[in-house]
Design a protein around this ligand. Structure first.
Ligand code: ADP
Ligand code: MG
Length: 730
């Protein structure tokens, strides 16, 4: 029997070919299809008389009439297939014109009644519907059940071969058959408390809303539901973790004092506060799960080092994980310098290398001897990439895991480590990715938050400028002057290579997406314009050539991009750090925390292509010493929106503020790194609303306090399981 869990290929209108395309959206069953929600709506709800079309010139309108004539022909200029129809109602006549869809003349016939919705254009003296949506109707029945016109029409996320029209055609009959069967998974008391639509009604109103208010009400329900499920998921884990035991590591106040007074600088108040919160957590035998957030350069490493030192002196090991080899090595160097004379043994483990710092000296060792020292507890702090926690690596007594810049990674990896251990290590996750509070509460909902919200005092504010094309030369002069004083310059480009025009017309970068859906025949002029703009996207290889051959033939310039081998990238970064390279032309690979204090200029090409948070992270690569640093933003996009965004960069040096701005200006989709969190659409939309996020969090907390296993909510439990399978953060 066909039901909600029937695979879609079994539906006669779908079949294998469409089923395959739908899988791209993760749609496998009828239920999945019903949960494929519209991204937006077209408002075709007002139906006008044909005689009123002249008032709608240049706008969208919907009208209905009888087809008097319909035929295919070809355009004179481009020999494009064209379908022309004349439609009549009791007030007048109008034409409809479609291009490249000759089949329309087969499906619509003379004397058919149609409903049309689309833009009213003018050609010579005559008004016509320009490529309108259409559907056949029965005469002019008031109660006509319209799908594609004459109503608020859903527009879905589309993929190749799956159009919104097709989705409407498939989904509507499924709603008639199955909407009633969709189980209500939200607890009754929540529906009542927040006056939500029941799921069956919400499902209808989301796909085929009566009014925009109805659509909003449906959205509110589903946004709540998705965020609520995420909260249940993270809070459930949190509760589970609370029942585990961790090594309690009492705070060694004297040791911490000795450490801080050995530093060449004074900790900021923020650093002190965060370190204290962490050290207090470590004292407990409940596992710590803490996120340390702080802008680039705010000094997180030193705080983590304090935690590791304290843990070491309590007899437990610390694993310190970095996202790349370069960063692991950098951390090793920093931390061993910080811990000079503290009698702590520090290990470094990367792809091929193993090094040990012992008695203030660093030696290379074999992996075998490294692993031996790890197992017998000789090593106190072990720094590496996530190679650290793979099989074959045995810690003697891991007390703390520090994870740098890897988002959810830490939580999941610790989960793996926990498996057969009695004691669960504490977790400190660190990030410079400024995320707004709503997102923090959601994706990091199970973590306690510590914020380093001030910069070390010796820093000068980075001067940020939007450079107009006419001032480019001046910027280059300035750069040359700085380089001659021994300073380093980053040049960031959005792409590695420029695509030759005509190769396939599509950009490689996802940031420039959406090009492929402009059919050349439809908008010939636009298309040409856009492809020119496309080639202007600065590419590392071209920029490198231009700078080294034309602009600065005397300077030492090197390029760096993601297609290079890690070893090569590392060598280049080190040369740059040492001052053997003046200008580094790079893609966004420099984003993560490599520390090059001598770099004082960050020049960003195609700034319109990056989100504010990302720009902010680039900017954080400079200004890492007491020397004045600069960030130059180059852009070819004159739009207001872009101006506004770049102005925000100039005005603010606060990553959290910028993340919030990005959320406001470009919406949740723009949030840095959101793809990797894989949040479902409705939850994403809900992220703009702090009240909603807090509501879902409270509701989830209350429910789990009452019923941690969700025993009394079997449908919710089932839905949560399905949901967890679908989303997994990173
Ligand atoms: P991030 O938070 O980006 O990881 P780091 O820990 O790499 O920042 O610190 C950036 C630089 O600032 C390092 O060179 C570090 O030694 C230095 N630093 C850290 N704390 C302070 C401070 N309170 N005063 C001055 N310099 C500091
Ligand atoms: Mg760092």
């Amino acid at each position: 029997m066909v039901n909600l869990s029937t695979p879609i290929e079994e539906l006669p209108r779908v079949g294998a070919a469409y089923a395959k395309r739908l899988k791209k959206f993760g749609i496998k069953t009828i239920q999945d299809l019903l949960f494929h929600f519209p991204a937006r709506y077209d408002d075709f709800s007002e139906i006008i008389k044909i005689s009123a079309a002249r008032h709608k010139l240049g706008q969208t309108a919907c009208a209905q009439g009888k087809i008097i004539e319909i035929e295919n022909s070809r355009t004179k200029k481009r020999w494009m297939a064209m379908t022309e129809a004349s439609i009549e109602d009791d007030t007048g006549q109008i034409k409809a014109v479609w291009f490249n869809q000759p089949y329309i003349a087969k499906s619509l016939k003379e004397d058919d009644f149609v409903s049309l919705a689309g833009k009213i254009s003018l050609y010579k003296e005559g008004l016509y519907f320009n490529s309108p949506s259409y559907e056949r109707i029965n005469n002019f029945d008031e109660n006509e059940n319209l799908t594609h016109t004459g109503r608020i029409v859903p527009v879905y996320p589309e993929t190749r071969g799956i159009t919104s029209k097709w989705l409407r055609y498939i989904i509507k009959p499924l709603l008639y058959r199955f909407a009633e069967q969709i189980p209500e998974s939200l607890p009754k008391e929540i529906i009542k408390k927040y006056k939500f639509l029941a799921i069956q009604e919400a499902m209808w109103q989301l796909h085929f809303p009566e009014t925009f208010e109805h659509a909003d009400a449906a959205k509110a329900r589903f946004s709540f539901e998705e965020l609520f499920l995420i909260q249940l998921n993270v809070l459930k884990e949190k509760i589970k973790l609370k029942q585990k035991k961790s090594p309690a590591c009492p705070m060694r106040a004297d040791l911490m004092k000795k450490f801080t007074s050995s530093l060449p600088f004074k900790l900021t108040d923020s650093q002190k506060k965060c370190a204290f919160a962490i050290l207090k957590d470590l004292e407990k035998s409940v596992p710590m799960s803490r996120l340390l957030e702080g802008d680039v350069g705010s000094g997180k490493t030193v705080v983590a080092t304090m935690a590791a030192l304290n843990t070491a002196k309590c007899g437990y090991q610390t694993a310190f994980m970095a996202p790349t080899e370069i960063l692991a090595k950098q951390h090793f160097k920093t931390i061993t310098e910080l811990l000079l004379n503290f009698d702590v043994n520090v290990g470094l483990l990367t792809g091929k290398d193993a090094r040990i710092f012992k008695k203030n000296e660093t030696i290379e060792v074999s992996k075998k001897s490294f692993n031996g020292d790890l197992e017998n507890g000789q090593l106190n702090i072990i720094i590496g990439t996530h190679a650290l926690i793979q099989k074959g690596i045995e810690f003697k007594n891991l007390g703390l895991v520090v994870v740098d810049e890897q988002h959810r990674f830490g939580v999941e990896q610790r989960d793996k480590l926990i498996k057969n251990k009695k004691l669960v290590p504490h977790l400190l996750s660190m990030t410079a990715t400024p995320i707004p509070r709503t997102l923090a509460l959601t994706v990091y909902g199970d973590l306690d938050l510590s914020l380093i919200d001030e910069m070390p005092k010796n820093r000068k504010k980075i001067k940020t400028l939007v450079v107009e094309p006419k001032d480019r030369k001046e910027a280059y002069n300035f750069i040359e002057k700085e380089v001659n004083e021994g300073k380093g310059v980053f040049v960031i480009c959005p792409k590695i290579e420029s695509k030759k025009p005509g190769a396939n017309g599509c950009p490689t970068s996802h940031q420039a997406g959406g090009m492929s859906d402009i059919p050349p025949a439809f908008a010939p002029q636009n298309y040409d314009l856009r492809s020119i703009a496309l080639n202007e996207v600065k590419a590392v290889k071209d920029e490198y050539k231009k700078l080294s051959e034309e602009i600065f033939p005397d300077l030492r310039i090197t390029m760096l991009h993601g297609k290079m081998k890690p070893k090569e990238k590392e060598r280049i970064m080190l040369d740059f750090k040492k001052g053997e390279i003046d200008i580094l032309v790079s893609t966004s690979v420099v984003e993560v925390g490599v520390d090059v204090p001598r770099a004082t200029i960050m020049m960003i090409e195609g700034a319109e292509r990056f989100g504010l948070s990302q720009l902010h992270q680039f900017r954080g690569r400079v200004g890492r010493s007491d020397v004045q640093s600069y960030c130059f933003l180059f852009t070819t996009d004159p739009s207001q929106l872009n101006r506004k965004r770049l102005k925000a960069m100039v005005d603010s040096d606060n990553g959290f503020e910028l993340a919030q701005k990005d959320l406001e200006i470009r919406g949740p989709g723009s949030l840095y790194g959101t793809q990797q969190w894989g949040l479902p659409d409705m939850a994403m939309q809900g992220l703009s609303n702090i009240f909603l996020v807090e509501k879902t969090r409270t509701a989830a907390k209350e429910l789990l306090e009452k019923d941690p296993e969700l025993k009394n909510y079997p449908l919710l439990k089932e839905r949560l399981l399905q949901f967890e399978k679908k989303i997994h953060f990173e």
